[in-house]
Design a protein. Structure first.
Length: 244
């Protein structure tokens, strides 16, 4: 067995996962620099919120696909919590409803947002690719693809602080989606990271874990590429997509 085929110690696997985020996470995308730095117009922020809704609304569907494939009650109970976090439990709103509070506050018609009629094609294809990935790839890869949450508290802190400082059309209340994620995301990461470190029992599986995280980073980046191209530079909005 060559050195390249040897199983990585768990801490080394985690370090490589975190290095992927340092390089590829969409906190580095020019669109986010503009968003967090207060450089976007209100219509550009509206376009971001409208398109991001599809990603947020698809997370529970993605998690339900993973849930159905987990082999034990203990694992399913843990993963089910993610669905409740986003869909709510009937007595308090989840993340999807909190995102709609943001689109409401930005002046977007809720029925229009939920209808998905104004989505960019790039948004639709990227999000659908993610849902299909967790349906048809291994459970290990599906869980690993969620590990972009390792990096989300940092981007949330930047986003909320920057938007509150820069835009008079948002408030702490309208950005309420993000506050629970500061505690939910680390809890999700603790489980998912432990799972992949435990269940990736060969070097090939460990490489699949790393590739799954690269895939997830890439699709998040692709969504911002689509927004930047349509609404910032060169401003080429595709037919059927939302127009300010």
């Amino acid at each position: 067995m060559s050195q390249d085929d040897r199983l990585l110690p768990g801490d080394d696997l985690e370090s490589r996962l975190r290095a992927i985020g340092e390089e590829r996470y969409h906190i580095h995308h020019p669109f986010h620099h503009l968003l967090h730095g207060g450089k976007l117009t209100k219509p550009q922020v509206q376009a971001w919120a409208l398109n991001r809704y599809y990603y947020q609304a698809s997370i529970p569907a993605k998690d339900a696909a993973v849930l159905g494939r987990l082999p034990t009650p203990e694992l399913r109970r843990e993963w089910r919590r993610r669905i409740v976090d986003h869909d709510g439990d009937g007595s308090k709103p989840g993340g999807v409803e909190r995102w709609l509070k943001l689109t409401d506050a930005l002046g977007l018609d809720r029925d229009y947002v939920v209808s998905l009629r104004g989505l960019l094609p790039g948004t639709r294809h990227a999000v659908d690719a993610y849902v299909n990935f967790v349906k048809y790839r291994s459970v290990l890869e599906a869980v690993a693809s969620s590990l972009t949450e390792m990096f989300s508290p940092n981007i949330i802190s930047q986003r909320v602080a920057g938007m509150l400082r820069s835009y008079d059309f948002v408030s702490q209340e309208t950005l309420s989606y993000f506050t629970p994620r500061l505690t939910q995301a680390p809890q999700d990461v603790e489980f998912a990271l432990g799972f992949v470190k435990r269940e990736a029992r060969t070097r090939e599986q460990q490489e699949q874990v790393l590739d799954a995280l690269r895939f997830k980073c890439d699709l998040l980046w692709a969504q911002l590429d689509a927004l930047h191209y349509a609404y910032v530079e060169p401003g080429n909005i595709p037919p059927g997509a939302w127009k300010p």
